[in-house]
Design a protein around this ligand. Structure first.
Ligand code: NAD
Length: 319
């Protein structure tokens, strides 16, 4: 039986978008990639450049620059378009500009006849995911954001480095807003199958105090990188490919993406926020309920309230 072609439409061919596209090509993910940007020349130049790498790629791929009408038969629309975070600027400062951009992109994509899944990466990602959900009026499973996927990768890297194990053996999540109020659900972190509390009890390499330091490093990583090179893009590019594979290959992979919460976490009911969720061909199939500690519940509520205030500031009320 002939396998259906997997098509991705990428909107925004800046640093993040092109890091994503480059990682897709290197990993051989997708059969067709359309690059869309308000700067058509940029999209065309990027498509040409990527195409010249095809002879060395693991699989063939049709790559071209296009416009919103090319979203019609896409399986996935990935949005990385918008203004990037500047030095000294909080993610929430970008809110108003990017909310307007996102509403217009949503309308243009839907007008094409697109019937797939929206994956949002533009910041502030939780709010903009909710904006797309609101504008599209689509089922919540089909609109989600990268949430804390990148932050969780940063956590795994920092902790792995500290205790000298492979980052793939670090299990756990950064949860909440992709932003300053995000938190680590330490009660659920394990090294392979060993709870972090047991690791701390037995290892001279790490103490309870170190966990606060690791959390601060993870939370402030974007600021540190932006101070040095103005933007962050490689890691989010790879993270978006991981999410893309989970969708296109119907993986049922649990990732801390941002999607609309209902009864799973009463503290965050009615908002899009980063929580562990099962990602497959339907998008976000379900959100995983965790027995968080009392302290973690308070942090989630705080994060949710910060997002509620931002949503209210752009006239979005939450249930
Ligand atoms: P960039 O400025 O390099 O690229 C943005 C691109 O969007 C530009 O090419 C611009 O022409 C295009 N664009 C703007 N408005 C458009 C529109 N209406 N239609 C089509 N294209 C449009 O920025 P970047 O560094 O690639 O960052 C993109 C976004 O990703 C930012 O919001 C940034 O904060 C965010 N980001 C998110 C994460 C995450 O974890 N979710 C991580 C890093 C960066």
């Amino acid at each position: 039986m002939k396998r259906a072609k997997k098509k991705i439409a990428l909107i925004g061919t800046g640093f993040v978008g092109m890091s994503y596209a480059y990682s897709l090509l290197n990993q051989g993910v997708g059969d067709e990639l359309v690059l869309i940007d308000m700067n058509r020349d940029k999209a065309e130049g990027e498509a040409m450049d990527l195409n010249h790498g095809l002879p060395f790629a693991p699989s063939s791929m049709l790559i071209k620059a296009g416009d919103f009408s090319d979203c019609e038969d896409a399986d996935l629309v990935v949005v990385t378009a918008g203004a990037a975070q500047k030095e000294g600027q909080s993610r929430l400062d970008l809110l108003k500009i990017n909310a307007g951009i996102m509403r217009s992109i949503t309308r243009d994509v839907i007008a094409s006849g697109f019937d797939g899944i929206f994956l949002i990466a533009t910041n502030p990602v939780d709010i903009l995911t909710q904006v797309v959900l609101d504008e599209s009026k689509w089922p919540k499973s089909r609109v989600f954001g990268s949430g804390c996927t990148l932050d969780t990768a940063r956590l795994r890297h920092e902790l792995a480095k500290r205790i000298n194990v492979d980052s793939r053996n670090i299990h756990g999540f950064v949860l909440g807003e992709h932003g300053d109020s995000e938190f680590v659900a330490w009660s659920k972190v394990t090294v392979s199958v060993k709870p972090i509390a047991d690791v701390i009890d037995e290892s001279p390499d790490i103490s309870w105090e170190d966990l606060d330091e690791i959390h601060a490093k993870v939370r402030d990583a974007a600021y540190e990188i932006i101070n040095r090179k103005n933007a962050t893009y490689y890691a989010i590019g790879i993270a978006l490919v991981r999410i893309t594979k989970a969708v296109l290959n119907d993986e049922n992979l649990i990732l801390p993406v941002s999607s609309l919460v209902e009864n799973e976490y009463p503290e965050a009911c009615g908002i899009c926020i980063g929580l562990p969720a099962k990602v497959n061909r339907q998008g976000v199939a379900s959100i995983l309920s965790l027995k968080l500690s009392e302290q973690e519940r308070v942090k989630l509520a705080n994060s949710a309230n910060i997002l509620r205030e931002s949503l209210a500031s752009i006239g979005l009320t939450t249930g």
